[in-house]
Design a binder for this molecule. Structure first.
Ligand code: B12
Ligand code: SF4
Ligand code: SF4
Length: 416
């Protein structure tokens, strides 16, 4: 339909035929671009070539949408902000989040991509009696997905620029301004589920998303119809009631968010976190569409089970360097060692692992971070026993930090 000839648009003729009686309207958009050597590019053909190429470079689904403003999303983001339902990890400037033209000059389309990731590990860890392990959510198995998607987007950019050097392109994954889900939904990658995830009919919701804003007027694809129907399984499965209604999350209550904070975890959530050291998958594992969906298309996204399900006690003793060496390549390490260490302490309390008491006492007495010391105090109280009790009493006499003192008090209260 659209035809680019050469490098620069010198004429644009929108011709409108309108017949009042039969309301018959035909728009003909004629773009003529001229370049020195008369080279021409057919946009529909380029789209077809891109779709074909995307498969060759390991993109599991690709969709195209306009670069129009995301009007409905804007209202939703404002509402979420008013309710304090946001996580704080999102781009704070709402206008930038919904207006592609603020991110790229004269954008004409957005290309959305999805990469499927496994829901089951190929190699399970050998469970030994008494060894307690934590769990990273599936989105943090294998190589950090930001690298995997950026690699594909870079290749797509190169492919486009080789054919259209004048094209303007801007790619992003997760940390960019746009809502990856809103783009994917509008580009027909999947529907927006009641669990808030983009659900593809092919791969379920176990897909990472990324996008590229372009100056090329690709023909947009059609969004997929919502297929949640009357199901509410994800809402029922959410341990903290973070899904306040279908498609709306209070991120402040979401375990995935809580595991990524650097502060104390509020009391009401500590036991609900269980052994999750990063992220949460409950609203996805409960989803019937995800049943049986387990795709192992990409070697780099395969889990190293000893990292994805790590032993808990050793995490308490890791130096920053050792932490980076072991966990530095997975997405879940982006906030550093401390949140993972805090979550490991909570997980040891969840298991009431008495063998962890000496390590927890060590944290309580010698760790620099008040959050780790305080959480260890709470965990010692939860696990209980004489050794834990006397360690708490000793710490009560020496501890200077008021928040840690309050956690020691909590720990001791479990004995009363
Ligand atoms: C902040 C953030 C979080 C926060 C908040 C999550 C949330 N639901 O908003 C926290 C830390 C909790 C989080 C958790 C997770 N996240 Co996250 N997160 C993001 C981030 C950076 C921004 C999301 C955002 O802006 N949210 C604000 C809400 C309001 O908008 P939205 O969800 O983006 O868009 C939808 C809504 O606005 C909705 N909507 C708009 N208007 C209206 C109106 C009505 C009436 C309704 C019902 C809905 C609706 O439609 C949009 C499209 O679905 C994105 C990356 C990015 N840049 O977009 C990743 C992203 C959403 N996260 C992702 C993942 C994988 C997760 C986890 C599964 C990780 C895990 N296993 O722990 C969980 C899932 C939690 C959940 N149920 O959502 C993926 C999602 C992939 C997918 N298939 O959907 C993303 C896209 C990262 C990526 N590039 O792959 N995340
Ligand atoms: S990720 Fe976990 S806590 Fe967050 S909404 Fe889903 S089930 Fe609830
Ligand atoms: S569990 Fe049911 S309601 Fe929730 S996202 Fe899946 S299909 Fe939709």
């Amino acid at each position: 339909m659209y035809r680019y000839i050469g490098e620069r648009c010198i004429a644009f003729f929108p011709i409108l035929f309108s017949n009042k009686t039969c309301h018959f309207k035909i728009y003909i958009h004629l773009f003529i671009l001229v370049r020195g050597e008369g080279h021409s590019i057919n946009i529909n053909k380029l789209k077809e070539e891109l779709i074909k190429y995307s498969k060759e470079i390991g993109i599991d689904k690709i969709g195209f949408t306009t670069a129009d403003t995301f009007t409905e999303l804007k209202n939703r983001l404002v509402r979420q902000q008013e309710l304090n339902f946001q996580s704080g990890f999102e781009e704070p400037d709402i206008e930038k989040r919904v207006t592609p033209s603020l991110l790229l000059e004269e954008p004409r389309s957005i290309i959305a991509i999805a990469i499927a990731y496994p829901s089951k590990m190929n190699h399970r860890v050998e469970s030994k009696k008494g060894e307690r392990r934590g769990i990273f959510s599936r989105a943090s198995w294998g190589l950090d997905y930001h690298h995997a998607l950026k690699d594909r987007l870079n290749k797509l950019e190169e492919f486009i620029l080789a054919r259209m050097p004048e094209a303007r392109l801007k790619s992003m994954v997760d940390t960019g301004e746009l809502s990856d889900r809103a783009v994917a939904e509008r580009a027909g990658i999947g529907w927006s589920g009641k669990n808030c995830a983009i659900i593809t009919p092919e791969f379920g919701s176990y897909v990472y998303l990324g996008e590229m804003i372009t100056s090329i007027p690709f023909e947009p694809d059609t969004p997929i119809e919502d297929q949640c129907g009357s199901c509410t399984k994800c809402l029922d499965a959410c341990p903290t009631g973070a899904l306040v209604q279908g498609g709306q999350i209070n991120a402040q209550r979401c375990i995935s968010f809580l595991t990524q904070t650097k502060t104390f975890i509020p009391d009401e959530f500590r036991e609900k976190i269980g052994n999750r050291v990063y992220g949460c998958d409950s609203c996805q594992t409960a989803c019937p569409v995800n049943k049986g969906k387990n795709f192992h298309f990409h070697e780099e996204l395969e889990a190293d089970s000893d990292i994805a399900k790590p032993l808990l006690k050793p995490i308490l003793k890791l130096s920053n360097r050792e932490f980076k060496a072991k966990f530095g390549n997975v997405a879940g390490s982006w906030r550093g060692k401390k949140p993972i260490q805090r979550n490991a302490i909570i997980a040891l309390a969840h298991f009431k692992d008495e063998s962890a008491i000496p390590d927890l006492v060590e944290v309580l007495e010698n760790e620099g971070s008040p959050v780790s010391r305080g959480t260890a105090a709470w965990a010692l109280g939860k696990i209980g026993g004489e050794t834990a009790f006397s360690a708490l009493e000793r710490a009560q006499a020496h501890e200077k930090d008021p928040e840690v003192q309050s956690e020691i008090e909590k720990g001791l209260s479990f004995y009363r």
